[in-house]
Design a protein around this ligand. Structure first.
Ligand SMILES: Nc1ncnc2c1ncn2[C@@H]1O[C@H](COP(=O)(O)OP(=O)(O)OP(=O)(O)O)[C@@H](O)[C@H]1O
Ligand SMILES: [Mg+2]
Length: 286
């Protein structure tokens, strides 16, 4: 893999003078370890009794600080898997452990960026990002520092007092990501967070996510339909079968995150990984 000079991502880092604020921002916590043990889920409609096996048996470990991307056909159970890890779905079989503790519901150790945009329309950018910190009762001064840090990091400077309806789609996505990240959970679960933005904004957001993820040690699970995105961001790409989804293959991406650039995606190693994942996913869609 050819080392490239830092691109826009590095430039943004310099522009926002991250180091000036990061000295005052508490270090990120050590990432959590997620273990899915023989996890499976079948939805049962309480009214009709109809059952939908959504997730087949899944065994998966996300190591502390690891960035795992998940690809698979629509409806194969990706969101169900994420919700089981988040504690929003109680699996019908198996269990999820977060740092050796069985997940029995949502917890502040696990933050979620949902598939449907989930920012609060009645709160400004600043107050949306502060939301998780307010729930955690983080003291005001520290809260303001962390919010300022993430406003800079996500390129939202100058928009702190705007409401979501005054922002572009890409900016709203950044607020959603910043809000989850600012709360500093040990595990961050992201469900297609960039699906609704245009191609150029998506690349910028991917670069920003790579950058902030390599500056922190949170463990990340990121669901996407986009094979390029999965390979660009993930330390490992999990490919799922069609519903009820099981793990078809796990493809490691042996390039440190800080060395990845959009230009480097044209390198033969990335092209070959992308082809491999695409082939696995397409095998399920047919
Ligand atoms: N609350 C629910 N009640 C009943 N069935 C559900 C529920 N949520 C999801 N399902 C079903 O479970 C299956 C898996 O859904 P899930 O949302 O996990 O898929 P997905 O892989 O995230 O799909 P997509 O890529 O389209 O987001 C689907 O058949 C879906 O209809
Ligand atoms: Mg989904």
């Amino acid at each position: 893999m050819v080392r490239r000079s830092p691109t826009r991502a590095g430039q943004l880092l310099a522009d926002h003078d991250v180091t000036a604020t990061s000295k005052r921002v508490p270090q990120t916590r050590q990432g959590g370890r997620i273990v899915c043990k023989a996890l499976a889920h079948t939805f049962v409609n309480a009214r009709t009794g109809e059952s939908v096996p959504a997730l087949g048996t899944v065994d998966l470990v996300i190591e502390p600080g690891e960035f795992v991307t998940v690809c698979g056909p629509s409806g194969c159970g990706k969101t169900t898997l994420l919700k089981a890890i988040a504690g929003l779905v109680t699996p019908t079989q198996g269990q999820v452990l977060c740092d050796d503790v069985v997940v029995r519901g949502p917890g502040k150790d696990r933050g979620v960026v949902f598939q449907e945009l989930a920012i609060l329309p009645w709160r400004t950018v600043r107050r949306n990002i502060a939301h998780g910190l307010e729930i955690q009762r983080v003291p005001r001064r520290e809260r303001e520092e962390r919010v300022a840090h993430f406003v800079g990091l996500m390129g939202l400077s100058g928009f702190e007092d705007k409401y979501p309806h005054e922002l572009s789609g890409g900016m709203k996505q950044r607020v959603a990501v910043a809000r989850t990240w600012a709360a500093n959970p040990r595990v961050i679960l992201m469900d297609e967070p960039f699906a609704a933005v245009d191609a150029q904004t998506r690349i910028t957001l991917q670069e920003e996510l790579l950058r902030i993820s390599s500056l922190s040690s949170n463990s990340i699970m990121f669901i996407t339909h986009n094979v390029d995105e999965a390979v660009f961001l993930g330390d490992r790409v999990v490919v799922m079968t069609k519903r009820p989804g099981t793990i078809k293959a796990i493809v490691p991406v042996p390039v440190p995150r800080q060395e990845r650039t959009v230009e480097a995606m044209a390198d033969p190693q990335f092209v070959s990984l992308r082809d491999q994942v695409l082939h696995l996913v397409r095998g399920e869609v047919q």
